[in-house]
Design a protein around this ligand. Structure first.
Ligand SMILES: *Cc1c(COP(=O)(O)O)cnc(C)c1O
Length: 224
């Protein structure tokens, strides 16, 4: 068994069956991804459009690629056709852009709305009140080529696990409030939260998708 396969097995031991593990493969080599693939892993997370495209072309077709990085509007056309799920819709303008691009391509993009609950100002996403206002406006529901599948968020980068827990709890609570506002609540089922350092807490607080890089692939990446 490779170290990567071993790490995946170890992480999965702690995940209930309803939680999907996304192996965050940004900066990782095609060989490292293939080691995870050979261990049965099919969901991978990437955060740069160009890197996603290169890897999607080089790797097996049945991989589900999750786009988890900040998405610039001029890169939407690249990302939409190969992403199984876009986790990082952080503005109304980006959502419109995704819908317009997908309509031209004849595809529907599955998306999560990114919510900003952490203390760091560097993180992207709708603030909680912006998210609810946006959903109340009905604008998102009127877009034809996107399907809103849930929320994504990141906790503050801190060792204070009670703070982290509170932020995850807020995302879960916002998910419940949002579900009552979206046009297709049955499809609004996903909560993407939790990374290597905090995924156990995220799962306890209701995550359905966890995004884990370092614990699977180690500290340094080599993709160039
Ligand atoms: C890199 C990244 C992760 C994975 O972080 P690790 O600490 O390596 O597990 C998760 N989510 C996002 C949005 C990332 O950019």
């Amino acid at each position: 068994m490779t170290a990567i396969a071993h790490n995946i097995a170890r992480v999965k031991q702690h995940l209930p069956p309803h939680v999907t593990l996304i192996a965050v493969s940004k900066t990782r080599s095609v060989e490292a991804i293939m080691a995870a693939y050979s261990a049965g892993q099919r969901d991978f997370g990437e955060s740069r459009p160009q890197e996603l495209l290169q890897k999607a072309a080089a790797l097996p077709q049945d991989i589900r690629w999750h786009f988890i990085g900040h998405l610039q509007r001029n890169k939407v056309k690249m990302v939409a056709p190969c992403a199984h799920l876009i986790h990082s819709i952080d503005s109304a303008a980006l959502m419109r852009e995704v819908s317009t691009a997908c309509e031209k391509l004849g595809v529907t993009a599955r998306c999560l709305l990114q919510v900003h609950v952490a203390q760091e100002e560097t993180k992207f996403g709708f603030l909680p009140h912006e998210l609810l206002d946006y959903l109340r406006s009905g604008e998102a529901g009127a877009l034809r080529s996107v399907q809103i599948c849930g929320l994504m968020g990141m906790a503050s980068n801190t060792g204070d696990m009670e703070q982290v827990r509170g932020e995850f709890r807020l995302i879960k609570q916002l998910h419940g409030q949002s579900k009552a506002l979206v046009s297709q609540p049955d499809l609004f089922t996903q909560i993407s939260m939790g990374m290597s350092g905090d995924y156990a807490v995220a799962v306890e607080e209701g995550a359905t998708l966890v995004r884990i890089g370092t614990m699977i692939f180690g500290d340094v990446g080599a993709f160039s």
